[in-house]
Design a binder for this molecule. Structure first.
Ligand code: HEC
Length: 155
């Protein structure tokens, strides 16, 4: 087989796979993992801002870069249709409204992306005052999406 036909075959197989439950479960798993990882990193920053004597510029930069990398990794790919139902590591908490309000979803995701990248830049300054202000904006963008599109409790 030529390289092209191999490529086409794998594209066809990939598309066929998308209609099965497996990939939906995978999308939910990756999504829950990505946000858990993001949460771990925001918690590290919050702990340091709450206790200034523990503040480490290097650790804040590392956590900020991890959040930005996750935000830039293309999380939108983990929101395929049907992923408001089903189980990843646990039952998904994505609300069906996510698919009914695509404009709002896009706006909230874009804002989070922007704030994550802005925050990574400000982290580089090592200035706790500026970092605190931008961190507030970042976590506000998390909350906005959770308020609209994440169930409070498991379904
Ligand atoms: C575009 C919307 C959106 C943004 C922005 C967002 N989240 Fe979430 N988050 C979700 C959804 C939806 C879930 C539920 C995922 C699921 O269960 O399938 C979730 C789940 C989580 C979880 C639980 C993961 C688990 O184990 O199931 C944590 C922790 C979390 N988010 C933290 C954050 C933090 C911190 C930020 C910001 C830095 C953030 N999220 C930004 C939509 C968002």
């Amino acid at each position: 087989m030529t390289k092209l036909s191999l490529l086409l075959t794998s594209v066809v197989l990939l598309n066929a796979g998308l209609s099965h439950a497996g990939p939906i479960e995978d999308q939910i798993k990756y999504r829950q993992s990505a946000y858990s990882f993001i949460g771990w990193n925001t918690n590290k920053i919050k702990a340091q801002l709450d206790k200034p004597e523990t503040f480490s510029k290097e650790e804040v930069i590392a956590a900020a870069n991890a959040i930005a990398a996750a935000a830039n990794s293309g999380l939108g790919a983990l929101y395929g249709s049907g992923t408001d139902q089903g189980e990843g590591w646990r039952k998904t908490r994505l609300k069906s409204e996510f698919f009914q309000k695509p404009d709002e979803a896009k706006k909230l995701a874009t804002t989070f992306n922007l704030e994550a990248n802005e925050f990574a830049k400000v982290a580089e300054t090592g200035d706790p005052v500026q970092i605190k202000v931008k961190f507030g904006k970042l976590t506000q963008s998390c909350k906005a999406c959770h308020d609209s599109f994440r169930e409070k409790d498991p379904k």
